[in-house]
Design a protein around this ligand. Structure first.
Ligand SMILES: Nc1ncnc2c1ncn2[C@@H]1O[C@H](COP(=O)(O)OP(=O)(O)OP(=O)(O)O)[C@@H](O)[C@H]1O
Ligand SMILES: [Mg+2]
Length: 172
């Protein structure tokens, strides 16, 4: 079975953090490119915090709004948290040396990826966050084989208290 997409209803901030942890576990040891889409305040940085903490990061998670990228070394893996909200033009990514970040073994998590379209490499996995009542809805979509494997591992993970998977779609 290949999962095309997977949705979670996230009733509070803690559920978003937990979902990030679930994503981190599903990554296994490899790298990935994860796009986080959604409007201002949708929960992208909160989800990233969950990923980073589950991978062993202690302490606060800065939003790299002005620096565009915040690097971490967690275990054997380079993790790069991008926030492209303030990107002037996609070409700025070339000046940043974007290709040096998007290596196979690295985990790159990108907020506001649409600002870097045309220069950014494509994602393995996209998470779309949106408001849903007082909480949030997270929709995962896989775009590569690696993304599909991660999606499947997320699906197979344990059910967590404040996180309700409420729909899955399987490709034939
Ligand atoms: N599931 C949830 N239910 C309710 N509130 C949530 C949920 N997840 C996160 N939040 C809250 O949403 C607010 C904004 O979160 P966050 O900073 O992660 O958004 P963002 O998408 O990164 O925004 P920006 O585009 O400005 O970077 C925070 O106050 C956070 O606590
Ligand atoms: Mg943010």
């Amino acid at each position: 079975m290949t999962l095309a997409s997977l949705q979670f209803q996230l009733r509070d901030e803690q559920a978003t953090v937990e979902l990030g942890g679930r994503l981190a576990k599903a990554l296994g040891k490899g790298g990935a490119v994860v796009f986080l889409q959604g409007t201002l305040g949708a929960g992208k940085t909160t989800l990233t915090r969950g990923v980073l903490q589950a991978l062993g990061h202690q302490g606060a998670v800065k939003s790299p709004t002005y620096t565009l990228v915040e690097p971490y070394q967690l275990g054997d893996r380079g993790v790069f948290h991008f926030d492209l909200y303030r990107l002037g033009s996609p070409e700025e990514l070339e000046y940043m040396g974007i290709r040096d970040y998007f290596l196979d073994q690295n985990l790159c998590i990108v907020e506001w990826p649409e600002r870097g379209e045309s220069v950014l490499p494509g994602p393995d996995l996209t998470v779309d966050l949106s408001a849903s009542g007082a909480g949030r809805l997270a929709v995962f979509t896989a775009s590569t084989e690696r993304g599909h494997a991660i999606l499947k591992a997320i699906f197979m993970g344990p059910n967590l208290s404040a996180m309700e998977p409420n729909s899955t779609q399987a490709e034939p």
